[in-house]
Design a protein around this ligand. Sequence first.
Ligand code: FHN
Length: 437
Amino acid sequence: MKPIACLSNSLVLVLATTSLALAQWKYQPAPENIKTREWFQDAKFGLFIHWGVYSVLGDGEWVMNQQQIPVKTYEKIPSFFNPTEFDAKAWVQMVKAAGMKYITITSKHHDGFAMWDSKVSDYNIVKRTPYGKDVLKMLAEECRKEGIKLFFYHSQLDWHHADYFPRGNTGGSWTGRPENGDMNKYLDYMDTQLSELLTNYGDVAGIWFDGMWDKKEADWRLEKTYKLIHQLQPAALVGSNHHRAPYEGEDFQMFEKDLPGHNTTGFSTEQVVGALPKETCETINNSWGFSLKDDHHKSKKVLVQYLVKAAGYGANFLLNVGPMPNGKIQPEHIASLKEMGDWLNVYGETIYGTRGGPLTARDWGVTTQKGNKVYIHILNWFDESITIPSWGKKIKSAKMFSDKTPLKFLENEYGITLKIPKAKMDEVDTVIELEMK
Ligand code: FHN
């Protein structure tokens, strides 16, 4: 199957392994899918949740691979997972207070453990933990009640399933799995688990795939899986964190720890498919899954500026927390989310429902726009006047967004010069509202 954008040489080699029939599939998103895409682009801010039995060890979601814990040993961990303090209501209220519009939660991470009551494997939260309850069901019900949309993260990579074979770059022979297996059987299993998620949990906003990068050359049968999802829930968005340009059948493009078009961390592609909605994800500290020793909590300034920059690039910001094994979210993270919500209570109009502005990102900041308004977000500039390029439209009025103080401005052949009183500058984001003629 062909990525939508043009292909690099290495990708051509990879794609040669897929059949001609797959390459010919042309995906037509259903009208309800287009509607979800619009909603998604307006929503702008979501909570990413990495939660699994690994949280018991307090060393992130990769602990099985990092510590090379064999499957048989790792299988003991679920018996210690008893999140009696989990409160779906509290999580959803926290999300709303943060100004977030959706949640993307790990249904299954690379360790292969299902966080719902799967019927095709007892390696799941209901059958193997003392807690014995389906957290995804509880969360889905609460989200529905509160108007928060729910995406399921789903790892295609699986360190537990014997048929995930040949194995990829991770989850090696130390897992103790047999040296044979049938990848097609594994993919059938994955499709059945996805069908459960898309049948028993109400309307799902989308499936957020991850893990194809583990076996770059494999035939992941994407067409079959994507068609299944689009058939079961036509409105649900499909996205995949394969670190490449999107494939046919995907509805949004995602970036990990980088803004669209940047790849400083090696988890993204620089190719941006303009027509698709975009999303970038980042951790609130330095970890996805709960990490006891990680106290690199990002500041309000860093987090708000990430959200603003993402919006300037026309992308959503998916901010991650890793709940603790007792089901609670770290208090520092609840506090940071609340700070973001407070900021959005004032500045939300310049973020929600906007699209990337007329100017691409600059050293000083970004722009967003909605209707005839353009919002200039000054993130890194502290002089009293700033000259920005003109985009060919005339300005009717300029004011501070926060208190509507009118601003002096000058338009000439050098661009637009705005005069901002020093006292009105904000070290997080100085927002100026321009009304265009
Ligand atoms: O390996 C995963 C990692 O654990 C985490 O889930 C992130 C989230 O974007 N994605 C993968 C690495 O690309």
